[in-house]
Design a protein around this ligand. Sequence first.
Ligand SMILES: Cc1cc2nc3c(=O)[nH]c(=O)nc-3n(C[C@H](O)[C@H](O)[C@H](O)COP(=O)(O)OP(=O)(O)OC[C@H]3O[C@@H](n4cnc5c(N)ncnc54)[C@H](O)[C@@H]3O)c2cc1C
Length: 303
Amino acid sequence: MHELIIVGAGPAGMTAAVYASRKKINTLLLSKDLGGQPLWTAGIENYMGYQFIEGPELMQKFKEQVKQFPVEQKIGQGVVALSPIDGGFAIRTDKDESYQAKAVIIASGKRSRQLNVPGEDKLKGRGVTYCATCDGPLFAGDKVAVIGGGNSALEAADDMVKIAEHVYLVSATPLTGDQILIDKLKDASNLITIFLEHEVVAIEGLSRVEGIRIRDSKSGEERKIDVGAVFVEIGLIPNSEFAKGITKLNGLDEIEVNCACETGVAGLFAAGDVTSVPEKQIVVAAGEGAKAALGAHRYLQRL
Ligand SMILES: Cc1cc2nc3c(=O)[nH]c(=O)nc-3n(C[C@H](O)[C@H](O)[C@H](O)COP(=O)(O)OP(=O)(O)OC[C@H]3O[C@@H](n4cnc5c(N)ncnc54)[C@H](O)[C@@H]3O)c2cc1C
């Protein structure tokens, strides 16, 4: 049995790993990937110490820092079940492996929300993408659609306007992102067509995306737009499924924690975007990861 298992190796999980290891806690870092959401981020201007750094580069620095310490790592598997057992917790992964620990920190972050319309699943990776930063350059010179009206969608549209033949921005609501981003798109109005209060009803194409069908929410009128790619940027959902029934989730399915990253279940801590803590940022997630590890250390000492 490990003393501590950290689930997730984004900014929160990797920071927790460094803090736990420096306290000489026998720690297992268990994650689907090493880096989390910053791997999808082209430029970060608000992580202190760097005026500008690319997301993958910042995560490479986190990885190198974790490597300085004796943290056991199992990367490439996702936790599917978490259960309390005598003296701690048992964890099962999608590779059917089982692990046990006296304490657990959940730092599993968030993932992209899907549209759930016909054609989306079939054409995933064939023109349907959830990361304009990662996949945008593949569609340079194409007509593309960006779905959503918040900051992620506006940033994606702004990126694609620079390289695509034309961008169609489709939002189910009025635009809700920052005014500075909205103004940028207005400046590029000959390269972008914006459909507000329109729903995507289907993504069409045989083996690749060929177009989308959208419906005007007010009039019900449908139209088809020919595009070669669809960037779905409609927000994120917490990776908290495996914690359901074990600890309390809020209305957004985020794990409820107090200001010490405690969940209310003894020995179970949570940190970063997967939690109810407001403001989803790298610096916040890293700070919460540090707090969770120090909290776990106090808990283990008391045992
Ligand atoms: C496009 C984009 C741009 C952004 N730009 C900025 C920015 O400029 N500045 C800023 O401060 N923030 C930015 N953010 C937000 C920032 O990336 C997040 O707040 C931060 O990454 C949260 O860190 P985290 O460790 O809590 O979660 P995540 O980064 O989501 O990491 C979660 C980790 O858990 C793993 N995981 C998930 N499910 C499981 C499971 N079941 N089992 C095991 N492992 C699992 C994942 O593989 C990953 O390693 C941006 C986010 C996005 C999407």
